[in-house]
Write a new protein. Structure first.
Length: 376
């Protein structure tokens, strides 16, 4: 009986080991960036093997410094992991990549870059109003306030900055005043604002005639409300899934956009010209998922197309198509360029990346001389 039990245990252990694989890693943009620190982010699937996670970072792709995420992780679920780093030099551009290690092997994420700078540069202007966020996460607004877009629970115009009230945000008095969950980014539409908290939750206030606040109403809000989840895979609110938080927000005239850590994009508000990307012109009062190019699949801004090449990036005014792709070893990619006035000058438009090769594509806009570089 003892011999049989031992054989059964060994069989189970072998079966578990057979299902284990090297971890997968997906790079995610850094956020909560200040003059001297940042949060480095990644998505990792341990693939059924105990996995450690760390980030390598530095001023070049040689990196030089390692910051480890505490603990070991297992299971077959993709996890969002972050590591706060400090001691950066203000104004410098940093490279970083994620590293995941288990008994089956080591996987590196692709290289990403960010510039150490004040988060106070996170400001936006709407139609006669301005909103900005300080290094401590506090949010300030001033200007036109007819729709409550200054977030002070009035519709009184303000010629000097006021601090935005907390509304539905979990703080004491003001939006961003919880040191454990400051506001890290803001965006402004014509008469509304979107604010992103460090935990990935999203808040909105101001005009709501097209549902651009994402609370399933068209009621203007003079203090922040929390955006509902809509098509986002969470519990109640947009960004409330800890393994797939919202990492970036943007706003148009009467619509709002949110980027999740897994690269998916959510949109809500006015849609009369199809600006929500769901292949309709129907106004949406809660988030919908933006479809992929031509309506195929869903748009993935992290695992698919990217026009972000760090300090080499220039964005041509009026351009609308991504240039380049984030490379994954073992996959083939074709460079494409479709905006009017562009002509591709790269010599090879199909590549199969390795973990050590860098490919560079250069596209130019003949109309205004703008040049865009991207690499894999």
């Amino acid at each position: 009986m003892k011999k049989t039990s031992t054989l059964l245990l060994l069989t189970l252990l072998f079966a578990a080991k057979a299902h284990a694989q090297v971890p997968t890693v997906k790079a995610v943009p850094a956020n909560r960036i200040t003059y001297y620190g940042a949060n480095l982010n990644c998505l990792v699937n341990p693939n059924n093997d105990s996995t450690t996670i760390s980030f390598e970072y530095g001023l070049t792709t040689s990196y030089g410094t390692t910051a480890s995420v505490s603990g070991k992780f297992t299971g077959n679920t993709t996890l969002f992991k972050t590591k706060s780093i400090t001691g950066l030099t203000a104004g410098k551009t940093y490279h970083y990549r994620a590293k995941a290690v288990n008994s089956s092997g080591t996987t590196y994420g692709s290289d990403r870059v960010f510039a150490a700078r004040s988060s106070f540069s996170q400001s936006a202007s709407g139609y006669y109003h301005t909103i900005t966020v300080g290094d401590d996460g506090s949010v300030y607004a001033f200007g036109y306030n007819a729709y409550g877009q200054l977030g002070d629970n009035t519709t009184t115009n303000r010629a000097t900055p006021i601090q935005v009230l907390k509304g539905a945000y979990s703080g004491t008095t003001y939006l961003g005043d919880n040191a454990n969950n400051p506001i890290i980014s803001v965006a402004a539409g014509v008469y509304h604002n979107i604010a992103l908290a460090a935990d990935g939750s999203v808040y909105a206030f101001g005009g709501n005639n097209s549902g651009q606040l994402g609370d399933n109403t068209t009621t203007d809000r003079a203090t922040p409300i929390q955006v509902l989840k809509g098509a986002y895979s969470g519990t109640t609110y947009l960004g409330d899934n800890a393994n797939n938080p919202i990492i970036s927000v943007a706003a148009g005239q009467n619509h709002s956009i949110a980027l999740a850590a897994d690269g998916s994009v959510y949109a809500f508000g006015g849609n009369y010209s199809g600006q929500l990307g769901d292949n309709t012109t129907t106004t949406r009062k809660t988030p919908v998922k933006v479809l992929g190019v031509g309506g195929s699949g869903v748009l993935d801004l992290i695992g698919a197309c990217s026009a972000d090449a760090g300090t080499d990036k220039s964005v041509c005014a009026g351009s609308s198509a991504g240039i380049g792709t984030t490379a994954v070893s073992g996959h083939s990619y074709k460079w494409t360029s479709s905006p009017s006035g562009y002509s591709s000058t790269n010599s090879t438009n199909t590549v199969t990346p390795s973990t050590t090769t860098i490919y560079i594509v250069r596209d130019s806009n003949n109309a205004n001389g703008c040049i865009v570089f991207d690499s894999v």
